[in-house]
Every structure is written in structure tokens, then in C-alpha cells.
Design a protein around this ligand. Structure first.
Ligand SMILES: Nc1ncnc2c1ncn2[C@@H]1O[C@H](COP(=O)(O)OP(=O)(O)OP(=O)(O)O)[C@@H](O)[C@H]1O
Ligand SMILES: [Mg+2]
Length: 243
């Protein structure tokens, strides 16, 4: 009977890992400014009344692509900060009902395009939660855009909030394509996309739900998913009530 202890110096691995995160955050940070410039120029170009219809549609596609790149860069930047614990959060009381409404206003155009009907309930009945507004907005936006994206046109999306023993629950239910059982456990992994994503024509990197999980863990919250393939999904998050 004996015990073997093995010690290994991991200083080098730590250094490499830090260098990798530094590199990611440097690159993404450097991409943000020129990308914002491109999007701004394309918006100006779209307003030109002399623009032929063909060109206007190219400009619009380019503007959408620039927006997707900006969203991706922002996600990567937040992830690299959260992973390194370098994100300074300022938890303040946030009203989830108001935040939800502002995200729905932001996504109104795409909601109308897809013809989804959205219902919201319980916003006035729940107390404020303690969270960082920008980060919580990312969470609500990511979950909402997934519900929009993975629901065929003319779908129904329901957002419900309720108080629950010192915490607040916020749930979004869609009647979209649903998620296969085998994939459900992996949804919150970095870069993971389930096979169902191929069924609908969508762009995506599989970072959204990973970011949602990182943020909620950071804010003392929690997220879970229930889904029936072909019928729809519900994502439920809980957060502590502000004192
Ligand atoms: N409401 C939903 N209905 C059905 N499948 C979903 C839903 N939300 C997420 N999924 C599945 O979970 C996967 C991971 O979602 P996640 O938001 O992380 O990535 P994404 O939407 O593919 O890309 P992005 O990084 O742009 O958000 C999706 O690719 C999809 O397969
Ligand atoms: Mg997503």
C-alpha cells in the first residue's frame, strides 16, 4: 500500500493560455472600430435616393453582414473578458419587464418580417433583480433572437416572468423546431450548434448560449432548457432579487 504524488509545473501552460486570451481580446477590440465604420458608411449609402434598386439590395445585404460581424466580435470580446474574470460588473436593480420591452423594440423589425406573435406577461408583478444591465441585456437578446431564429414564420413566442422565493424567473417559450434530446445537454457549450440548426436557414456560431451561461453564472443566476423536438422550446433563467 502506498501513495504516489506527482507534481508538474504548469506555469508555461498558464502563460500560453493567457497569451491566447490576450490575443483574442486584442484582435476583437481592434476589429470593432473599423467594423462600426463600415456599417455606418453602408447606412449612409442606403439613404442615397439615387441608388438603383439592385445596388440598394447589395448595400442592405452588406449592412446585415457587417452587423453580424459586429455582434460576433462583441460576443467574443465579452467571452474573453468573462473567462479571464476581467469584466467589471456593476450590479444594480434592473426591471426585467422594461428590459424585455426594450429588447423587443430592438428586434421589432425582424419579428414583423417573420410574422411572429409575441406575448409578454408578469413584468409588473416581479421585483427588480440585481444584475449588470448591459450583460443582462445580452442574455435576454440572445434568448429572444434564438426563439425568433429557430421558429418558422408565423410562430408564437411567449415571455413570462414570475417571483419565486427571493428570486425572479424569466422564461421564453417558442413553438419552433425544438431541440433533439441528445443535443440538449450540450447547448451551453462553446461553439456548439445542434443538428436542428441545419434544418432552418440560419447564421450562427454557437456562442450565444455559452455567453448566456457565463453571464448568468457571473450574476449568481441559472439557466435551463426544456424542449420537445418539432414542437418548441422553453429557456428559463432565474436571478436573485435586488435587496
Ligand atoms: N429556441 C431554440 N429552438 C431550437 N433550437 C435552439 C433554440 N435556441 C438554441 N437552439 C439550438 O442551440 C444551439 C446553440 O445556440 P446558440 O445561441 O449558442 O448558437 P447559435 O444561435 O447557433 O449561434 P449564435 O452564436 O449566433 O447565437 C443552436 O445552434 C440551436 O441548435
Ligand atoms: Mg443564438
Amino acid at each position: 500500500v502506498g501513495v504516489t504524488l506527482t507534481f508538474r509545473d504548469v506555469t508555461r501552460e498558464r502563460e500560453v493560455s493567457d497569451m491566447k486570451s490576450d490575443f483574442v481580446s486584442f484582435v476583437t477590440h481592434q476589429l470593432r472600430t473599423p467594423l462600426a465604420g463600415i456599417k455606418w458608411m453602408l447606412e449612409l449609402a442606403a439613404e442615397d435616393p439615387a441608388l438603383p434598386a439592385d445596388a440598394a439590395s447589395y448595400v442592405e445585404d452588406a449592412r446585415e453582414a457587417a452587423q453580424r460581424l459586429i455582434d460576433l466580435v462583441n460576443d467574443l470580446l465579452d467571452i474573453s473578458r468573462l473567462e479571464r474574470g476581467r469584466l467589471t460588473v456593476e450590479p444594480v436593480p434592473v426591471r426585467l419587464g422594461d428590459l424585455t420591452q426594450s429588447v423587443l423594440d430592438e428586434t421589432a423589425l425582424i419579428l414583423r418580417d417573420k410574422g411572429h406573435v409575441v406575448s409578454v406577461s408578469g413584468g409588473d408583478a416581479v421585483p427588480a433583480v440585481l444584475a449588470d444591465v448591459q450583460l443582462l441585456r445580452q442574455v435576454v437578446l440572445n434568448l429572444t433572437s434564438n426563439a425568433i431564429k429557430y421558429t418558422p414564420a408565423g410562430g408564437a413566442i411567449a415571455i413570462a416572468m414570475r417571483p419565486e422565493a427571493g428570486r425572479v424567473t424569466w422564461a421564453i417559450t417558442d413553438n419552433g423546431i425544438g431541440i433533439p434530446g441528445a443535443s440538449r445537454a450540450r447547448l451551453f457549450e462553446k461553439f456548439y450548434r445542434a443538428d436542428n440548426a441545419a434544418a432552418v436557414e440560419t447564421e450562427g456560431t454557437g456562442l450565444g448560449l455559452y455567453l448566456v451561461r457565463l453571464i448568468l453564472e457571473h450574476l449568481g443566476g441559472h439557466i435551463q432548457c426544456e424542449s420537445t423536438e418539432g414542437q418548441g422550446s422553453t429557456f428559463t433563467l432565474t436571478l436573485p432579487v435586488a435587496p
